[in-house]
Design a protein around this ligand. Structure first.
Ligand code: NDP
Length: 356
């Protein structure tokens, strides 16, 4: 299937890859790694060549599925030996959030490119250390933002940034699901860095930023009530926040572990556009004030990994909007939202200047 041109991370069609594939090692074989595995089976420019896992049964399963050589299977203790392994070009870190920093830095020190899942880490300081380690090692770092190569999202970004319906005035963007497993690491702040905001609220923040093409200047926020004290003693159960942008655009978003919601709506001077479902795994449905949005449902993980692989195989620079600088900006904003909710005050967000 041919995707719209704008999905491409600026790699000219004239570059021929001639069957070459980027070799990835997947680090942490949990639920999202399983989804990634399905994507990587469908990918054209990258493949699973190695794994890093603490679970022997998973190692066996993945070894068979991807025909992985025994010498490319690591655990968390011997992971640093990957430095000497020429079979691996990139490590994809899919561990709980608090482990991202350590494994990104170890992968960088081993001279491997890295994709780290969102959120990039749990603090701004950790993101900075990760960026510095990757720079020092001369390797490239991407955050696993799967929607930057997704056609419906590229279209709402175009509609907003090119002001197809005029100036966008209001965005509503929310994502929530029901969480009920008390053993889940996401409910332990030490491992997750926070509740639904850190986990999925990040998609609401991202969509507001790339549709407006602007950085929020300030935020107000409110924690929702705790309806299940057993589950939500450490992280928030739900949170709602409001951004103000330099153009006067305002946004309102909620992220929640106690209700299902997955929608994006933008109201502009001469019309509106929306996705519903919008931010989860899809399939997405979209419409504007002029009619339906029709795009193919893609394999998001295959497309994301292929676009990154093409850039790296061509020895080019990854785009800034999936880089560590983007990850650290989201982290600044996430923490500004928490500060606003905790203090009840409007919090100013530091401005950065990179293309969204
Ligand atoms: P899981 O809990 O399903 O998997 C995490 C895996 O990490 C485990 O299966 C385990 O793998 C390994 N691990 C190592 N140490 C620990 C530990 N102390 N506690 C728990 N797991 C450990 O998490 P997810 O796959 O849902 O999430 C992983 C990352 O992916 C998170 O950062 C999350 O935000 C991100 N994510 C991104 C999504 C996206 O759409 N981009 C969607 C879902 C998650 P092993 O047994 O191999 O050692």
């Amino acid at each position: 299937m041919t995707l719209p041109n704008f999905v491409n991370f600026s790699i000219p069609d004239s570059i021929r890859f001639e069957g070459k594939k980027l070799n990835m090692a997947i680090c942490g074989l949990g639920r999202y790694a399983d989804i990634l595995a399905n994507g990587l089976e469908a990918a054209q420019y990258c493949q699973v060549a190695g794994i890093v896992t603490g679970t022997a049964t998973k190692a066996e399963k993945w070894k068979k599925r991807f025909n992985i050589r025994q010498k490319n299977i690591y655990n968390y203790q011997n992971f640093d030996e990957i430095k000497n392994n020429k079979d691996i070009d990139l490590v994809y870190v899919v561990l709980p959030n608090s482990m991202h920093k350590d494994f990104v830095i170890r992968a960088a020190k081993a001279g491997k490119h890295v994709i780290v899942e969102k959120p990039m880490a749990t603090s701004v300081e950790d993101c900075r250390e990760m960026i510095n380690a990757c720079k020092k090692a001369g390797i490239q770092l991407a955050v696993g933002y799967r929607l930057h190569t997704e056609p419906f999202h590229l279209e709402i970004k175009r509609l907003g940034q090119e002001k197809v319906f005029g100036q966008v005035r209001l965005i509503e963007s929310s994502l929530g699901y029901v969480s009920g497993d008390p053993t889940e690491w996401r409910l332990r702040k030490e491992m997750s860095g926070g509740g639904p905001l850190m986990d999925i609220g990040l998609y609401c923040i991202q969509s507001c930023r790339y549709v407006s093409g602007e950085e929020p200047v300030s935020v107000t926020a409110q924690f929702g009530p705790v309806t299940n004290k057993k589950l939500f003693s450490d992280v928030e159960e739900s949170i709602t926040w409001q951004f103000e942008f330099p153009s006067g655009l305002v946004s309102n978003s909620s992220s929640s572990y106690n209700c299902k919601i997955d929608r994006f709506f933008a109201s502009a001077d001469e019309g509106s556009f929306e996705l519903n479902p919008a931010l989860g795994y899809g399939p997405y449905k979209g419409k504007t004030s002029q009619g339906d949005l029709n795009f193919p449902t893609i394999n998001q993980q295959a497309t994301q990994c292929d676009e990154i692989a093409k850039v790296l195989l061509a020895n080019k620079q990854l785009p800034v909007h999936i880089s560590g600088e983007e990850g650290i900006q989201d982290m600044r904003i996430l923490h500004a939202i928490y500060e606003a909710a905790e203090t009840g005050k409007k919090v100013t967000i530091p401005q950065i200047h990179h293309p969204l």
